[in-house]
Design a protein around this ligand. Sequence first.
Ligand SMILES: Nc1ncnc2c1ncn2[C@@H]1O[C@H](COP(=O)(O)OP(=O)(O)OP(=O)(O)O)[C@@H](O)[C@H]1O
Ligand SMILES: [Mg+2]
Length: 260
Amino acid sequence: MALEEHVQPKESFVRPSADALIRCERIEKWYGSVHALTGVDFHCERNEVVGLVGDNGAGKSTLIKILSGAERHDGGKIFVEGREVRFRSPKDAMALGIETIYQYTAMVPHMSIARNIFIGREPLKWSLGGLGWMDLRKMADHAINSLTNIDLRTRSPDTPVEELSGGQRQAVAIARAMYFKSKVLILDEPTNHLSVKETNKVLDFVAALRDQGITSVFISHNLHHIHPIADRIVAMARGEKIADIRKADITVEQMTAMIV
Ligand SMILES: Nc1ncnc2c1ncn2[C@@H]1O[C@H](COP(=O)(O)OP(=O)(O)OP(=O)(O)O)[C@@H](O)[C@H]1O
Ligand SMILES: [Mg+2]
């Protein structure tokens, strides 16, 4: 489809395949009197990078918080691999392979890289009636492997996260998602406040994830970050989806005109 106007007609929105990994239908969300999401349909396929764009307050973070179990929707349905789900917490979403790196990265700065990779899911040496001892050795070994995968191998897994740059912290979060073999990695503005070099690294990671069969949903204000890596672009405005289009069918300039 060629985009002649700055508005994509709803009939030409890309539709989910029968095999979609995640599919949401008519999602509604209210925060008090704020209608944050109005009947939003969203999906992602296997092995796909979806760029999610839109202005401040468009509803991007709200949508992904619902997909990752951090917020409940007030209406609509969510299906993962064809089955309807109701997430009570991020743990429920993680159990189905949905991992999220939030806009304000959830890491514990004074803890080590290794502890941050395993946070909440620490391997235990042995346990007694629900009480266990963490297997620190195993965490360190696995952390070294994950860090090698993502090019942070010069850092010891014992390094506290507070000594890492923003890009390196994103890298640790990505290592975590890779370690737990997520099916979908959702990144909410992962390139905010990063240097050009760090940004490029994060973009490379996302491309590498796709090569390993992991789908990403990548939220960004910066269309120039999204355009090179995305297979498909979803744009939101004022709580609604206003475009859902294959990258091949749109230029950065057309995209800019559409969301401004
Ligand atoms: N916890 C909350 N309580 C009340 N209103 C909220 C809350 N979270 C979001 N909103 C409102 O919902 C709407 C959508 O916000 P959301 O954070 O999803 O936007 P966004 O597209 O992620 O924006 P940004 O690009 O600035 O991160 C906004 O009007 C926002 O003010
Ligand atoms: Mg946001």
